[in-house]
Design a binder for this molecule. Structure first.
Ligand SMILES: [Zn+2]
Length: 253
């Protein structure tokens, strides 16, 4: 799980909120404009487990403050509040169900309702959860970290952790291949530079926001990927080629 900023989609989010107000019958919140905006904001990855959703399933619109909750009537008014809607895979959505996020200590991917307004806490997730290998852990004493892992069964769902393990292994293997090639000269390996370009392209793709489990990759391998890039940069005698990547990856690492 990672913080998903909506700031860059401010205008689109306003449009989605207008669409929510326009629809006055039936399932008001579930309309095409809202669906498209959520897909864009979350880059097609589930807000909670970070898996890619739509290659194999329809995504579901998840209400952080649930639609039906007996003890909190105020949640009802947020059924059509765009800030309360998130992009989720069917498994995460069903595991959360109508659970009250305050009672179960569930982290929000961005917005909380606090002191009469919607606020974001961009560092909340990073200070509550971390990946070590393909498993996710709560930081010491973090109720939110422990609650989120428990509700979404982030380490228990076999298909999920196997999928994460596969991505982890792929990335690790790719890094080793690159490491080996960086020690070679262009006399030893034909088209060395093109090969490295392709392999680095693949490696960086694992860290993109639309890649599944990119938080796990960045937390495990971000520093190492930066080091490999620096070596490559040095070999090519080119500066700044990787600077943009380094800044982006360090921003979320
Ligand atoms: Zn999920």
């Amino acid at each position: 799980m990672k913080y998903v900023g909506r700031e860059e989609f401010e205008w689109e989010c306003e449009l989605a909120q207008k669409a929510l107000q326009k629809y006055s019958s039936g399932k008001k919140y579930n309309n095409e404009v809202v669906q498209n905006m959520l897909r864009q904001v979350y880059h097609g990855c589930c807000a909670y487990c970070e898996g890619r959703v739509e290659p194999t399933a329809y995504f579901e619109i998840e209400h952080y403050y649930p639609k039906k909750n007996k003890s909190h009537r105020e949640y009802k008014q947020w059924v059509t509040e765009f800030k309360n809607l998130h992009y989720a895979c069917p498994r995460c959505n069903r595991l959360k169900g109508n659970k009250d996020p305050k009672f179960y200590h569930i982290l929000s991917p961005n917005y909380y309702f606090d002191n009469g307004g919607w606020v974001t806490k961009p560092n909340e997730i990073d200070s509550s959860l971390y990946y070590a290998g393909h498993k996710v852990f709560a930081r010491k004493g973090s109720l939110q970290g422990a609650g989120t892992i428990a509700v979404f069964k982030l380490n228990e769902r076999q298909s999920l952790w196997i999928d994460r393990l596969r991505k982890y292994a792929e990335c690790y293997y790719l890094m080793n291949v690159i490491y080996g090639l960086l020690g070679k000269s262009s006399k030893e390996v034909k088209d060395l530079d093109s090969a490295l370009q392709i392999l680095f392209g693949q490696l960086v793709a694992y860290t993109n926001p639309d890649a599944a489990y990119s938080t796990m990759i960045v937390q495990n391998f971000g520093t190492e990927i930066c080091k490999l890039m620096k070596v490559w940069q040095y070999k090519r005698n080119e500066k700044s080629i990787c600077e943009q990547f380094r800044k982006r990856i360090m921003g979320i690492a």
